[in-house]
Design a binder for this molecule. Structure first.
Ligand SMILES: C[S@@+](CC[C@H](N)C(=O)[O-])C[C@H]1O[C@@H](n2cnc3c(N)ncnc32)[C@H](O)[C@@H]1O
Length: 234
């Protein structure tokens, strides 16, 4: 198995055992999007959705397939994952576009066309804090005036150090079922090298400075996984 396949196999095991509360997150995402679509009251499919760090879509393709979209664009750094995502999405009524690229670059592109709905799950925490600020500013410029950014991710408690956050998270991973020792070590190594979760209060303040109104749509039971809803302030 290649390193890429091993990583996705590990992520699928984490999904299967619901170790990161993915089931509750999928339900919360469906409820939030349902309410947002109802409130728009669109009769025809007119919403363009961009999914940043879309991954293989094993988790959310049924939800996205059911939405009245005018288009879906999946953006991911990994070309190999986009092929899996395309297969998961299958045949749908709306056009799908698959973009191999960096979500920060996407946010900072100046294309002059606004996007109605941006979704990003478990990808933005890979950016540094200064990159997260640039992302929020860029996405704010790209979102439609009545648009929505759904940001699901891991977040840190406001007064917690990254070291303490990692200590807590690693203690959780050691209890996750279904993983081999090698997979567990790989998850812990990934956390320590790549995870830079935003602190909750910090992100509220940065979002506000960038012209967003942020509310928490869902918070998990581990003071880590959460779903933030960001609407552009007019
Ligand atoms: C943990 S997976 C989550 C996948 C999916 N969103 C989900 O929730 O199941 C994170 C994905 O984000 C992608 N990713 C990480 N950093 C990225 C970046 N800067 N730009 C685009 N994609 C990124 C990774 O390649 C990976 O596919």
């Amino acid at each position: 198995m290649s390193l890429f396949e091993e990583q996705w196999q590990t992520y699928r095991t984490v999904l299967e055992h619901d170790s990161m509360e993915h089931r509750a997150i999928a339900e919360a995402t469906a409820a939030m999007l349902g309410a947002w679509f109802d409130q728009r009251g669109d009769q025809s499919p007119s919403v363009a959705l961009v999914d940043l760090g879309c991954g293989d879509l094993a988790r959310l393709s049924p939800l996205f397939r059911s939405l009245p979209l005018s288009s879906y664009t999946g953006v991911d750094l990994a070309a190999s994952v986009l092929a899996l995502a395309e297969r998961q999405m299958g045949h749908v009524r709306f056009p799908c576009h698959w973009v191999c690229g960096n979500l920060l670059q996407w946010a900072e592109e100046d294309v002059g066309r606004s996007v109605d709905l941006i979704h990003s799950a478990f990808a933005i925490h890979h950016l540094s804090d200064s990159e997260k600020v640039r992302f929020l500013n860029g996405a704010r410029r790209r979102i439609a005036h009545d648009g929505l950014l759904v940001w699901t991710d891991v977040f840190q408690e406001e007064h917690e150090s990254r070291a303490r956050y990692l200590e807590r998270y690693v203690a959780r991973v050691l209890q996750w079922p279904g993983l081999t020792g090698v997979q567990r070590d790989a998850v812990i190594d990934h956390l320590q090298r790549c995870d830079w979760p935003a602190r909750c209060g910090w992100v509220e303040s940065v979002a506000s400075d960038s012209g967003w109104s942020l509310t928490w749509g869902w918070r998990g039971q581990h003071q880590a996984e959460a779903l933030a809803l960001l609407r552009p302030c007019i």
